[in-house]
Design a protein around this ligand. Structure first.
Ligand SMILES: [Zn+2]
Length: 904
């Protein structure tokens, strides 16, 4: 016997996809019940089942069958049922760096309740994987990863097609991160279904195994062959013991084994050849014809990506660091609540969910889940910020002063214009009959106000939109307290707000009468065909009639010309892939006059609005419907665009504030057309071969043009927060808010960012209509344009790009004594250019954990101090190591987590 056939029983369980969650769960419950029944049987020799690498499936089962908790635990303990390490099978590129870490932390934490975890980085169906995955897994003590895509071409039916474009000759390879960490990579070269439905009947088994053994041996580098007995939502094959018996009798040279990943990888590692192919960095199907990469899930239902960016930012960049600051100030850290928020959010992270490639019901449920996460995050931040403000000593406030605490929850100092609705005067229902309060407040004279910083310096303020409004307090020891307040919108430039810290300002009444409201200083009005300019201390903008603008970087005088063209093309593809409608030139706003309207111009900001009305085809032509019904593969589709036209109204609001390194944009699209894609184009004119892009714990460098095998005319990519082009002198970075697809158009050095994609079917193995993926009605898109010297890393423009859409937290508090000073910085950090990622308290102990990564190939160092805490180097799983330094060396592209423990 010289060869072993490892048969691993499993079912790849997309929680929601071509059916909504509860419908898929119905079948999943049956699978689990069958599995339990099988294990219970006397003399059963069903050895092992792999529960798809995601612990959420246990929650999904116990919600219906809590009475089976013990027997399932027993199965896990006996290593019959293999669980973890992830919480969900997430999309790797459309969820944040931290979400990818938390998915592992929370999944492994769950396994502690149930039993041992499968120590394998399991990415069976993941639509491409980020390059830092080996480093992340290595830091979690996992040295093997298994994946189905990224290295070799995949076909429509999800099988790896039989071409010679190998990147690895074997299904086994070494996969290496940019920092040099590597893991053993196992490619499901014949997909994760290559051992599905194994026949028991001798004749059928012979035909099956003759083919399957040959297929596996074609790629296997050892005599250990892997057969995955399962597929998507595959019911349990109870007859595996009998099927193994048949196979054993047919092939005496093979040992057939009902195996697990643990057994398989152990035997595999013992027999690996000395030389395995090393695959470096991102796995993105780049050595394929480009028609099956599934990359355009990055622009399917963009509203989901926007929701996700909002919720991720709320949890990881605001709620957690804020709660940690409050913890360092002596408060408690509600880790269970935070974990619950994360779990709720991560239920939207499975690949078929966040990718927007499911049926409409699925995505409607997702919006509700996002809403609940943002509700939890909002109340959490409000309460935690209030608690922190309570600990600050504001007793030295000037007479009549209203303290306003501006909190920075990020790892970088902030200087930005903030706007906050403040209560200038409040009357509780307990103080006066409620019907009388509005009149009382209305009649009461409003004084003028000035704003002082923590050192008593005057800060320029704008106060407007005076209103009398109902509201209430919810004290934690008394009944609710309703009141009316005289409110105003306060704007000012919050300068030097320390990282992981706060600064207190005071609104102080002045002798003078009610000051001029900002409306009076606003200079508004409609403008037609007029040259319009915007300027702050960093950039100058000159607008053209068609809404494009020349952007000057003031420090160098370098200029980019005619940025911001909108481009509309037909899309006859599906939720997975974009397919441009043939023989229809793109329709753009180039030369199409826009209607301009100046909204605001004062010392703090200029806001300009312009509107385009673009005439575009109302839909694809009639041919598309028949192509969809006949399941014509997107690549082969001949459908064009309809001759009937409709108007697409594009309203763009540009804002340039004091302190901003570049203008920010909000586009409002009134989408009345179907089957199309809208992008915003930034023709930089820069001549480069590569560009840089924000990925997972990495600012990746990618080529502007594809490999020779690539046939798809479209060469789109995923991004997290930004993409960037630069030559030796200048660069342009586009930071976005949940816009996760871009393309580089090499000829003009253009960054093209997708702002809307409208399609009407799922794609994949059948016809599943998804009319809501047309995204009709009002859609929005937001981005910031950042010009800079050199590239995004050397200029550290990434700091601004990462800070985009991460707001300061502003709390109005009362005058009271407290333990904390007016202005404080909880954490002091020093490095040349590390990227801050998170700050939290550990999942199962009381140490503070802060994480950064090095975006560069240059080594860096990191010195961090927190009051009476001492630091140590932590693993990514928040385990303590013996490494304690004053200054930590940080290797190229290293992800570094430090733990902080209170000195005794
Ligand atoms: Zn899947």
């Amino acid at each position: 016997m010289n060869k072993t056939a490892h048969i691993i029983s499993h079912s790849h369980w997309d929680r929601e996809w071509y059916l909504p969650f509860e419908k898929h769960r119905y079948y999943y419950i049956q699978l689990m019940n069958n599995l339990i029944e099988q294990f219970k049987k006397d003399g059963n020799d069903f050895q092992s089942f792999h529960l798809d690498g995601q612990t959420v499936l246990l929650e999904d089962y116990f919600a219906v069958h809590p009475e089976n908790r013990d027997i399932v635990k027993q199965m896990i303990k006996e290593k019959k049922l293999h669980i973890g390490p992830w919480y969900v099978l997430q999309d790797a590129f459309l969820t944040s760096s931290e979400a990818n870490v938390r998915n592992l932390q929370i999944g492994l934490n769950d396994t502690k309740i149930y039993g041992p975890a499968a120590k394998i980085g399991y990415f069976p169906d993941t639509f491409g994987i980020y390059g830092q995955a080996p480093q992340l897994l290595k830091q979690a003590g996992i040295d093997t990863a298994a994946f189905g895509r990224g290295v070799k071409p995949t076909g429509f039916n999800n099988t790896v097609s039989d071409t010679l474009n190998f990147e690895s000759p074997y299904s086994e390879m070494l996969w290496e991160s940019p920092d040099g960490s590597s893991v053993l990579g196992i490619l499901f070269a014949n997909w994760y279904s290559n051992g599905n439905e194994i026949p028991v009947d001798e004749e059928e088994a012979k035909a099956f195994w003759d083919q399957k053994l040959q297929d596996a041996e074609k790629y296997a580098s050892t005599n250990q062959l892997l057969f995955m007995n399962g597929c998507d939502h595959q019911p349990l094959q109870k007859t595996i013991p009998e099927a193994i018996e048949t196979a054993t009798s047919l092939y005496p040279d093979y040992q057939f084994k009902h195996s697990s990943f643990e057994e398989y990888t152990e035997e595999l590692k013992a027999s690996l050849p000395d030389q395995l192919q090393v695959i470096k960095g991102e796995l993105r199907n780049q050595r394929t014809d480009g028609w099956s990469t599934l990359v355009n899930t990055a622009s399917s239902r963009i509203y989901l990506k926007q929701w996700n960016n909002l919720c991720q930012t709320l949890l990881e960049k605001i709620a957690e660091p804020l709660a940690t600051m409050q913890y360092l100030a002596g408060g408690t850290y509600p880790r269970e609540y935070i974990r619950f928020m994360w779990k709720s959010l991560m239920k939207n992270h499975p690949h078929d969910s966040i990718c927007g490639c499911s049926v409409d019901e699925v995505h409607r449920e997702m919006v509700t889940r996002f809403e609940t996460v943002s509700q939890m995050g909002d109340v959490f931040v409000k309460e935690k910020a209030g608690e922190l403000a309570e600990s600050i000593d504001t007793s030295q406030a000037p007479a009549g002063g209203i303290p306003l605490v501006v909190m920075n929850t990020t790892g970088w100092e902030k200087n930005e214009v903030v706007t906050k609705v403040v209560d200038l005067e409040k009357v509780y229902f307990s103080q006066m009959h409620f019907e009388e309060i509005p009149d009382y407040l209305q009649k009461k004279e409003t004084p003028g106000y000035k704003l002082l910083d923590d050192e008593g310096n005057d800060v320029e303020l704008m106060l407007g939109n005076l209103n009398i409004e109902f509201d209430y307090d919810l004290p934690n020891d008394r009944f609710r307290q309703p009141f009316f307040a005289k409110r105003a919108e306060l704007s000012f430039f919050a300068e030097g707000i320390p990282s992981f810290g706060y600064k207190t300002f005071y609104i102080v009444p002045t002798e003078t009468q009610e000051q001029k409201h900002d409306e009076e200083t606003k200079n508004t009005g409609e403008m037609h065909n007029t040259v319009f300019k915007m300027e702050n201390e960093y950039v100058h903008m000159h607008f053209h009639e068609d809404g494009t603008y020349d952007l000057t970087h003031k420090k160098t005088g370098e200029r980019f010309y005619r940025l911001g063209i909108y481009e509309d093309t037909g899309d006859v593809g599906n939720e997975y892939m974009y397919k441009e409608a043939e023989n229809h030139a793109p329709i753009t706003t180039k030369g199409v006059p826009a209607v301009f309207n100046l909204i605001e111009k004062d010392n703090l900001r200029t806001v300009l609005e312009f509107t385009h009305t673009l005439s575009i085809p109302v839909s694809a032509d009639d041919y598309l419907a028949s192509e969809r019904h006949k399941l014509i593969w997107h690549k082969e589709r001949k459908a064009g665009r309809s001759a009937e036209m409709t108007s697409l109204t594009l309203r763009t609001v540009v804002t340039l504030e004091k302190g901003m390194k570049g203008p920010s944009f909000k586009l409002m699209i009134d989408n009345q057309a179907t089957d199309h894609r809208l992008r915003v184009l930034f023709p930089t004119g820069l001549k480069t071969e590569t560009h840089m892009v924000d990925s997972i714990f990495e600012i990746a460098t990618r080529p502007n043009t594809p490999e020779k095998e690539w046939e798809n005319p479209s060469f789109c990519h995923h991004q997290q927060r930004f993409s960037s082009l630069a030559d030796d002198k200048m660069g342009l970075t586009i930071a976005t808010d949940g816009l996760q697809e871009y393309e580089i158009l090499q000829e003009t050095g253009t960054i093209a960012v997708t702002v809307l994609r409208s399609v009407a079917e799922l794609g994949d193995w059948g016809y599943f209509p998804t009319p809501e993926a047309q995204c009709l009605g009002m859609q929005t898109a937001e981005w910031q344009v950042l010009p800079h010297e050199k590239d995004v890393i050397h200029s550290q423009a990434y700091v601004d790009a990462y800070q985009y859409k991460v707001p300061l937290v502003i709390v109005q508090t009362t005058i009271h004594e407290g333990r904390l000073q007016n202005t404080h910085k909880f954490v002091n950090t020093k490095s040349n250019g590390l990227v801050w990622s998170s700050m939290k308290v550990a999942e199962d102990h009381g140490d503070v954990i802060i994480r950064w990564y090095n975006p560069s190939e240059a080594k860096d160092s990191l010195k961090v101090t927190i009051g009476d805490y001492e630091s140590y180097k932590s693993t990514i799983l928040e385990e303590k190591t013996n490494q304690k330094e004053d200054v930590y060396n940080v290797g190229k592209y290293e992800i570094i987590s430090l733990g902080f423990i209170k000195k005794r």
